[in-house]
Design a protein around this ligand. Structure first.
Ligand SMILES: NC(=O)c1ccc[n+]([C@@H]2O[C@H](COP(=O)([O-])OP(=O)(O)OC[C@H]3O[C@@H](n4cnc5c(N)ncnc54)[C@H](O)[C@@H]3O)[C@@H](O)[C@H]2O)c1
Ligand SMILES: [Zn+2]
Ligand SMILES: [Zn+2]
Length: 361
């Protein structure tokens, strides 16, 4: 048996997304069918539509979601119909080299549903990040479902499924920000503001938000930036050094992922500081740096995939902090929209009008 539902599909590179009928198989072994309640629009969805991730069109977009388990495969024991879950794209295998070395957040073999979802003509869909949640329902690996407290609304909880977790984890996990640190975050969209919120949670003393858009900088302050820099108006490296007694920041997060923002991050950190790249670069982007500076400035240059999170460890904890009023997750929700509004949400994202548009189902 299978079920037909609505889903937002990117059929070809650069073309507007369309609302299509998609066919969802019943969950097989290790799989779960989830009724989506809310799904945020992430910049990565736009990267998919623009062919910047890979060429496996058509994509079923959407991957920052929360919902309710509707059915599970026969052998699935840790989930039951009705469970309230955030979908994750890190269902660790437990068996690859990274998992066996005790670093499952680097898992090289994360699980997704085995059966494809398809268009009505049978064409297999590529679900964004193995999720595909701009749809009434989706099929995932059971391990992609993380149970959390029902008291958090789906539009808030779903955000932890991707961008907000990536940003929080960029400072909390990858950057290891600790009490008294100075932190700069380049790019204050949903991901960058989450990095700012993470730096605040970790006790950073100075938190500098950098963006080219004043509206974004005002929001960055709401999330805990102590200072902001418009890098269209000022040289960001100079400004960050000035704000840190001439040293540079202990941790600089690049939440844009362009050669020029990376270069800023590289030079805006203190000697032996840390750069965390969380923005996803275009595959064609190239970076040139004097190797002597890479050596001479020391420290570490790290990338953060999904904030180095472990969903089962981090999602319930972050939802608890939200419920206690220590993490303002609801501030990320700029607007609530329908499935038909995803294309318009991409335009708003481009114009910098929103942090997160969240599709409500
Ligand atoms: N590493 C991961 O696991 C992960 C997860 C989710 C998203 N991402 C990536 O993170 C990035 C940000 O995502 P988002 O949803 O916050 O996007 P967004 O569009 O909401 O935010 C990007 C921000 O960067 C600013 N910006 C653009 N160019 C800039 C420049 N040259 N200098 C300074 N600021 C600049 C924009 O004004 C905007 O505020 C994207 O590349 C996305 O694909 C990575
Ligand atoms: Zn693994
Ligand atoms: Zn995302």
């Amino acid at each position: 048996m299978s079920e037909n539902v609505r889903g937002v599909v990117a059929r070809e590179k650069g073309a507007p997304v369309t609302l299509e009928t998609i066919v969802i198989p019943d969950p097989g072994p290790g799989e779960a069918k989830v009724r989506i309640a809310a799904c945020g629009v992430c910049h990565t969805d736009l990267h998919y539509r623009e062919g910047a991730i890979n060429d496996s069109f058509p994509f079923l977009l959407g991957h920052e979601a929360a919902g309710y388990v509707e059915a599970v495969g026969d052998d699935v024991t840790h989930l039951a119909p009705g469970d309230y879950v955030i979908l994750n794209w890190r269902a660790v295998c437990g068996d690859c080299r990274a998992c066996r070395r005790g670093r499952p957040w680097y898992c090289f073999n994360t699980h997704n549903a085995r059966q494809p979802m398809t268009l009505e003509d049978g064409t297999a869909l590529s679900p964004a990040l193995g999720i595909g949640a701009f749809a009434d329902k989706t099929l995932v690996a059971a391990g992609q479902c993380t149970k959390v407290d029902r008291a958090a609304s789906p539009q808030v909880a779903g955000l932890l499924g991707c961008g907000v977790m990536a940003g929080l984890g960029a400072t909390l996990n990858t950057g290891n920000v600790s009490r008294g640190d100075s932190v700069a975050v380049i790019g204050c969209g949903g991901v960058g503001d989450a990095a700012i919120a993470g730096a605040r949670l970790a006790g950073a003393r100075i938190i500098i938000g950098v963006d080219i858009d004043d509206r974004k900088l005002a929001w960055a302050k709401d999330f805990g930036a102590t200072h902001t820099v418009n890098s269209r108006e000022r040289n960001a490296v100079d400004a960050i050094r000035e704000l840190t007694d001439g040293h540079g920041a202990d941790v600089v997060v690049d939440a844009v992922g362009r050669p020029e923002t990376y270069e800023t991050a590289f030079y805006a950190r203190d000697l032996a500081g840390t750069v965390v790249l969380v923005g996803v670069p275009d595959p064609a982007a190239r970076l040139e740096l004097p190797l002597i500076d890479v050596f001479g400035r020391g420290g570490s240059l790290k990338s953060s995939w999904y904030g180095d999170c472990l969903p089962a460890r981090d999602f319930p904890m972050l939802i608890d902090l939200y419920m206690q009023g220590r993490l303002p997750l609801d501030r990320f929700v700029s607007e609530e929209i329908g499935l038909v509004d995803v294309e318009a949400a991409f335009d708003k994202m481009h114009r910098g009008e929103v942090l997160r548009s969240v599709v409500i189902l």
